[in-house]
Design a binder for this molecule. Sequence first.
Ligand code: GRF
Length: 200
Amino acid sequence: MHRIAVLASGRGSNFQALIDAVQFGAIPDAALYLITDNPRAYAIQRAQSAGIPHSLVDFSAFATRQEFEQALLREMQRVSADLYVLAGYMRILGADTVHAFPGRIINIHPALLPAFPGLHAQQKALQYGVKVSGCTVHFVDEGMDTGPIILQRCVPVLDGDDEETLAARILKEEHVALPEAVRLYCEGRLELVGRTVRIR
Ligand code: GRF
């Protein structure tokens, strides 16, 4: 059984894509868990509807960022997952947390990295005028969206797109890419060679 802990801060549609993939057997032999930093995250409702346990490490309940980060790290250790998936987790993980789970944290980002890291990636892509964008699933290192790339899926950027239409087109691909990457991880098919991920 693979224990997969998802960290999500809001809507949780990528978390839902993982719930569906586990329920439909696309990720066999997996148990999901949700950790959120936001008591108002819709992801919590999704967990409850699917009977998935969750815990809250409420960012606003801590005096400092460091205390929050330590509590989050303890919670991640307590959950003791094989894989931690950042799916719309809106904070940067501290270096201690990243180092605590080497090769066991992945993230989904709504652009074709290394283009447009950080927040508002879809808007940055539009403003730059690229003709193709997409999403990237990657291993997390201490940098901002800089870790080894596992999978990418691309979409066209169309005349007349605004941030919302482009984000929606990319999101559809995120919902394919993320479960696929988690499945490959669970099957033990991802191999890191330097900073390149080989899929066996
Ligand atoms: C997604 O676009 C993800 O790539 C980005 O934040 C958004 C989260 O959406 N990091 P959701 O919460 O999974 O619906």
